[in-house]
Design a protein around this ligand. Sequence first.
Ligand code: DO4
Ligand code: MG
Length: 296
Amino acid sequence: MQLCRFWRPDHGPCIGLVRDGMVYDLSKVDPEHCGSFSVLLSASDLVERVGLNATWVDTQGGWRLADLDISPDLHKPHLLAPITKQEVWGAGVTYGRSREARMEESSGGGSFYDKVYRAERPELCFKAMPGRVVGPNAPIRVRVDSKWTVPEPELTLVISASGTIVGFTIGNDVSARDVESENPLYLPQAKIYKGSCAIGPVVTLAHTISDPYRMEIRLAVRDGAGVRFEGSTNLSRMKRRFEDLVSYLFRDLDFPHGVFLLTGTGIVPPDDFTLQHGDVVEITVPEIGTLRNSVW
Ligand code: DO4
Ligand code: MG
């Protein structure tokens, strides 16, 4: 079972129930209990609420998911980032590939990456306020002072206010590697800027995925001439367990509207690759879908 957030020109933002490639307006059936992601994620019974109301959605009046997966246009129904009031955090160096790439690129601080990869406490960084998150088909960016920027395709946990992982979506932790590699203390500038975080296209409810550590993540970057980079990894290569990341995130922090956690990248393009204006980045997790963003 999947949920999405989408724009209806006649109603504004709505919560959609995705079933068999169709999207039905769940928020219309029960606005009080399913009206927004913050209502759903602050409740302890999201699965029951969705399940109960799923019976009542207007199956005559749905939209094809494929028809909503278009560039944002106020006059047309389209997908929005599936987030409302939640902060976005990111875990780092959770795959051996990320540790190696960062140790190589870092001038002087390389051993920190090895230490954090091995340590019990994970690296967790703030990534974005919800209002800065870019949804499906909206543009991501290269920051003005970066000449080496990469997409970081990351499985993203959708976590309720009580700390339960209720769903999975896809996140792109777009990062300026040149800024980060100059000095690890520049990490917030490498990671947090306009258009540096994309999330979507939908949320797959956690209880519908039997083994999330078997999911595959694929990345493709295309320009007008074809594929410029592609790669893939599997969640089985991730060093950390989701529950450990969540328990550190909730240690002495609360998230009354729930929170999104990007779980780190295991795909790192070669050092001569940088995102450029006109590229299209596609991140696919078969159990979730494809998050597609152009580069501005
Ligand atoms: O340590 C820097 C950030 C790491 C990161 O974003 C990742 O591994 O995905
Ligand atoms: Mg990352």
